[in-house]
Design a protein around this ligand. Structure first.
Ligand code: GAF
Length: 391
């Protein structure tokens, strides 16, 4: 790509290149901000940041996908709607500056291939690639988990999306060919090898765009907080919804009997949490059929109890379920549009794409996009020969 080549040529020996992936969540949806479990993996595609250090404290950020170019310093940084995607790097610079990290400015060109608004964490990818790059430029040794938490703070406080920790964690901490089982309450985690045998993960994009900021995402979080407060009024020992066992929830459920919507939300969180642990066990024992069944149950719970799917995601899942060779399918990410993830026999992938596209288009008028996924590593500096990563 010409813009990248020109940037690389102009930067010469000063050039540094960083990469942060997108993520796909296998199961454990809308559990992170309730202190539950999630089971995401980093994708092999994501965002590259081509960086040329400056010495005047000024940042100039540009993207190969948008015309917008924004310049800013390290002080008085505020969210501005017209700065669009550049609010992510601005927020990161603001956080780093507040932590006293030396920031001498930089030219940054972003070049990514995560579809925007697809629920594959394009925002966390820009945040992490910026944070990892600027920490490296500043020569500071912030731990990766610190950077992950910092980027979540950017999203919560600068952008205004009350997201949990899952996206930033997967993007910052992912490992090739592994999923991460993360306890979002304690941040304890472990990697589980993604051994899928003859099956592959296929992401299908509804091509219905949505942004968490204008979806009901924040409303769901508030509902969970309200439900927790009601439960805590009688059971102060319950620290988070993620802590509730199925038996604990059966006992607490009558406390919310006047709030059927809240009951449904909690029911989802508690059952989804169990499904994450069961999925991890199924994967580790090679029981992919069980893993697939749990994916489908997860989608049904997100559709009926948590109400974050919508007709496009439901149409994709229904279309996928009837394809021979597809043993599991569900929405992934925040919902309200975005993508599904499906477990498909490698020999059935062509047929899967054909049948799902035909049924989905007939039902919605939209054309889906498919990505057969490879699972990659978390954010990092890219070293080595230009030709291996250039554009
Ligand atoms: C979005 C959020 F950013 C995550 O924190 C998580 O809540 C997810 O939606 C739903 O599981 O991706």
């Amino acid at each position: 790509m010409k813009q990248v080549e020109e940037f690389v040529a102009a930067a010469g020996d000063d050039l540094r290149v960083f990469f942060a992936p997108g993520r796909v969540n296998l199961i454990g949806e809308h559990t992170d901000y309730s202190g539950g479990y999630v089971f995401p993996a980093a994708l092999s595609f994501g965002t590259h940041a081509y960086v040329r250090p400056r010495t005047d404290g000024v940042f100039r950020v540009a993207s190969t996908h948008f015309d917008l170019e924004v310049m800013f310093g390290t002080e008085n940084l505020v969210y501005r709607a017209e700065d669009d995607w550049a609010n992510f790097p601005k927020g990161v610079v603001r956080e780093l500056a507040q932590r006293g990290i030396p920031l001498s400015g930089a030219e940054i060109l972003y070049h990514g291939n995560i579809p925007n608004g697809a629920g594959l964490s394009s925002s966390a990818s820009i945040e992490l690639v910026t944070a990892v790059a600027l920490a490296a430029l500043g020569g500071v040794d912030l731990s990766r988990v610190e950077l992950v938490l910092m980027c979540q703070k950017v999203e919560n406080e600068f952008i205004g999306v009350q997201c949990g920790i899952m996206d930033q964690f997967a993007v910052g901490m992912g490992r090739a060919n592994h999923a991460v089982l993360l306890n979002c309450d304690t941040l304890e985690y472990r990697y589980a090898p993604l051994e899928l045998g003859d099956y592959q993960l296929v992401i299908t994009h509804t091509n219905k765009r949505r942004q968490l900021l204008d979806s009901s995402y924040n409303e769901r979080r508030t509902e969970c907080e309200t439900a927790l407060a009601q439960i805590q009024a009688h059971h102060p020992e319950v620290g988070s919804l993620g802590e509730l066992s199925a038996a604990g929830w059966r006992e607490a459920r009558p406390l919310l009997q006047e709030f059927p919507v809240l009951q449904r939300r909690v029911e989802h969180v508690v059952s989804e949490n169990d499904r994450v642990l069961a999925s991890c066990r199924a994967l580790e024992s090679g029981d992919l059929a069980e893993f697939g069944r749990l994916m489908i149950q997860s989608h049904e719970s997100l559709r009926d109890l948590y109400e974050v799917t919508g007709q496009e995601l439901d149409a994709l899942v229904e279309a996928a379920r009837v394809v021979d060779g597809c043993i599991g399918t569900r929405m992934t990410g925040g919902g309200f549009g975005g993508c599904t993830v499906s477990l498909v026999h490698r020999e059935a992938i062509g047929e899967f794409q054909e049948l799902v596209a035909a049924r989905y288009t007939a039902q919605t008028g939209l054309t889906p996009t498919f990505y057969v996924c490879a699972i990659g590593d978390g954010a990092q500096e890219v070293k080595g020969e230009l030709s291996t990563w250039q554009s």
